[in-house]
Design a protein around this ligand. Structure first.
Ligand code: SF4
Ligand code: SF4
Ligand code: SF4
Length: 278
């Protein structure tokens, strides 16, 4: 008996997968298509029942794994993710928008006002009943996560395979700097430049710093992050702590990231786990 058949009553040999987009730029769904060498292999392992980016059909009623991109910004999307949670044996959140609130989270409680600034009194019905943007796991229990903005295609393929076949790997929760140092990068702080690697969750192999750009924290806060100590370090290196605090608002809105902390130290993605709505 394969790992997946132990955790679902799906009579078909392959798990049924849906990909759902909430408030997002669709960049993470697009990244899935960049899993070039792995994409055909992945498609051979699943029944892809619905992919919002490429279909105008309705989402089916039955599926095993739901992949959610984007943050929850409306009452309608709150209802949607609750329905998805009821049906899916495993829910995976992909990308900063879904995991920490991401770029849309920066609007905090000003979303409706900002939309009003664009549309005036003619806010389209499609905008729905707007609420403060929040990550998916502020609304439902999420079983696994793929971090960053956008996600890394290879990381996505790895995480999905762990969902399909099971894994006891434990998510890395240390901050990014150790990986950066191992890659022999010169630290941006030595040039008086801010880099968010000090407080950002490791896992991307410091890909921005490797290419000569400071980390802007898209993987979200590491549970090992010490914000006070980082503020002091910033000042020591001539970077105003206020700049650090402002940069935190981009991908690590502190209240939102705390809402998302339930996933720390969880297995990366074991076989699908129990359902539950919060
Ligand atoms: S995490 Fe970034 S790339 Fe992905 S949907 Fe959100 S804004 Fe787009
Ligand atoms: S450049 Fe950034 S990630 Fe690298 S060591 Fe310095 S603070 Fe850490
Ligand atoms: S280096 Fe920082 S900003 Fe770049 S992908 Fe990694 S976590 Fe995101």
């Amino acid at each position: 008996m394969g790992a997946f058949s132990m955790i679902t009553d799906n009579p078909r040999p392959r798990p049924r997968v849906v990909v759902v987009g909430l408030a997002s730029c669709f960049g993470c769904q697009l990244q899935i298509t960049n899993s070039e060498p792995h994409l055909m292999e992945l498609l051979d392992q699943i029944d892809l029942e619905y992919w919002q980016l490429v279909t105008s059909e309705d989402m089916p009623d039955a599926y095993d794994v739901a992949i959610i991109e984007g943050s929850v910004t409306t009452r309608e999307s709150e209802d949607l993710v609750r329905r998805v949670r009821e049906k899916a044996a495993h829910v995976m959140a992909i990308g900063a928008c879904a995991v920490t609130g991401g770029v849309t989270g920066m609007a905090e409680n000003a979303l409706a006002r900002r939309v009003g600034e664009v549309y005036g009194d003619a806010v389209p019905e499609a905008c729905g009943q707007m609420i403060e943007p929040r990550p998916v796991d502020a609304v439902i229990t999420v079983d696994s996560r793929v971090y960053c903005c956008p996600i890394d295609a290879r990381d996505f393929a790895t995480q999905l395979q762990r969902v399909l076949f099971g894994s006891n790997a434990v998510r890395e929760e240390r901050a990014l700097c150790a990986d950066c140092k191992r890659n022999e990068n010169d630290c941006f702080f030595n040039q008086g430049e801010l880099c968010m690697g000090l407080v950002t969750r490791a896992g991307c192999n410091a890909r921005c710093v490797n290419r000569g750009r400071p980390c802007f924290g898209c993987a979200g806060l590491s549970s090992a992050a010490n914000l006070d100590s980082t503020r002091q370090a910033c000042e020591r290196y001539g970077v105003p702590a206020a700049r650090f605090d402002k940069a935190l608002q981009m991908f690590s809105q502190v209240p939102l990231s705390q809402a998302g902390r339930q996933g720390d130290d969880e297995p990366v993605a074991g076989t699908a786990v129990g359902k539950g709505a919060r």
